[in-house]
Design a protein around this ligand. Sequence first.
Ligand code: ADP
Ligand code: ZN
Length: 604
Amino acid sequence: MIVADRARAVLKQVFGYDDFRPGQREIVEAVLAGEDVFAVMPTGSGKSMCYQLPALVDGGLTVVVSPLIALMRDQVRQMRALGVAAASLNSSEDDESRLDTLARLDAGKLSLLFVSPERLAAGSLSARLRQAGTRRLAIDEAHCVSQWGHDFRPEYRQLARVRETLGDVQVIAFTATADRTTRADIAAQLFPNPPRVVVHSFNRPNIELRFEAKDRPRDQIETFLRRHRGASGVIYAASRNSTERLATALSERGHNALAYHAGMDPAQRSRHQDRFLQEDGIVMVATVAFGMGINKPDVRFVVHADMPGGIESYYQEIGRAGRDGLPAETLTLYGIDDMMLRRRQIDEKEISDERRRIEHRRLAAMTDLCEVALCRRQSLLAYFGEESGPCGRCDLCTGRIEAVDATEAAQKVLSAVARTGQRFGTGHLTAVLCGEATDAVTRHGHDKIKTFGVGRDRDKRAWSTTIRQLYAAGALAEASEEHGGFCLTEKGEAILFGRERIALRPPPARPPAERRDRRQARNARFQGLDEATTALFEALRAVRLSIARDEGVAAYIIFPDRTLIEMAEQRPTTLDELRRVQGVGDRKLAAYGEAFLDVITQHT
Ligand code: ADP
Ligand code: ZN
């Protein structure tokens, strides 16, 4: 059998999948042909399969470098559940399991060994791996090697040396970071010769994109969550404090919400993570410390309660939703405070000017994405260098919100900024525009200026939207001496004096009413399954949970939702029929087949 056919056969036999996902075949074939490969694919597209499968097809040992212990543990469990000889070496193992792993390594009994970079760089392990006949080195989250990336880890710098010690073995590296500077840096650092680079489309069509300017953020989040009762999801917040406050507030309103951040007691933190992995319907309110290494395939939503600092991290974070390919929703809240805070953070960092310019450019791309008038996905993919048409699955496509000429409104704002001395913030400016004689306004005599009250035709909320958009568009900048105050940029002056026009999106309407959300809830969660199928799916989920509890693993390690949904739809009655369901390989068929068939028969 030629190698490619053998790979297909193993894909079905071990993993239970009929076909490769886009991009996987090319990578797997190149890897099996012995080429060095550098694969750039979005989160959730199935990167792990690209090193798992070759390890099973051509035998020998694949050493997988992975930055996070949780990720390794999860992968080892998944591999073992499939009957694959896998183990890990990192700082969290006790002596007994470490010795056991080393013995299996020496005896040539391992197919996959997951190792942390520090473990690999330290002492004699790489010599031992060479002795054990390591065939290839697979480097996961390869962007950790680059300081241009958003997750730089100094230990990754040692990997080139490790590769040499291993006898210049085949190297395959994976990342979801698409930034060009970072990509080039990764290739230069990890590979002795230029590798084959496979860049897979960054589009994740099952993920719905939605952005809202912060208005009443708690309510906005609540409204969103109402559509996702019983589903697992993540809410990212910018600070440790805000994760705890939000988790408490949501719990009080009946959600199953838990907090997660790096400052928590480690035992509690890992308890929260375990519950998120194991149970259905946990809402994890976390800082960005949470998520790398979370392989849970059935995360149904990701919310950003604060604007992310860049598009790479944003995309990686929302990419944690819908890895199973089923519909998932995202919501990103943003406000002018986020934008200003992020800008200040970059200015305050002790970094080179070149680096600062890069970071400002990245931030500007993020604010642009918040304020674009085009399809979100189109803008996002354009950032990653891909051309596409309007997606039909983002707030701008479905809401048909188009930018319209807003030069006159912009001039009112810019004039208010100019006439008040270029140092006041949103609150003061909107008061002036709407003709509100607040204490501060009268104290400064701003009720006497020409701009006072010229914006009475719109409310303060609408004006603050315009101010934010002008800031994001670079027509306003932060006044250096005043916290939160604005001054005009060159572009701002050009608009004020009529040399340039500007188009902006009108402020959106308030969130839709509750009844519509309820109806959407079932669709979002069960993909429009009919009632009987839904009931069977729930019953299958219940068996899955009880098996998972018995075995002490996460539910999705037994079977992902997608597999259960197919079972509920196809209602197989024999092991042979069950075998045809996606995600049912030999090992799982033997271990769990009967239990699931029982439930199906009882329901039919
Ligand atoms: P990534 O590492 O790219 O973020 P994963 O490797 O975790 O993504 O894969 C995401 C999910 O897709 C996993 O649940 C995995 O089992 C599943 N998967 C991978 N390859 C296939 C395939 N060919 N067919 C169906 N499902 C797949
Ligand atoms: Zn769109």
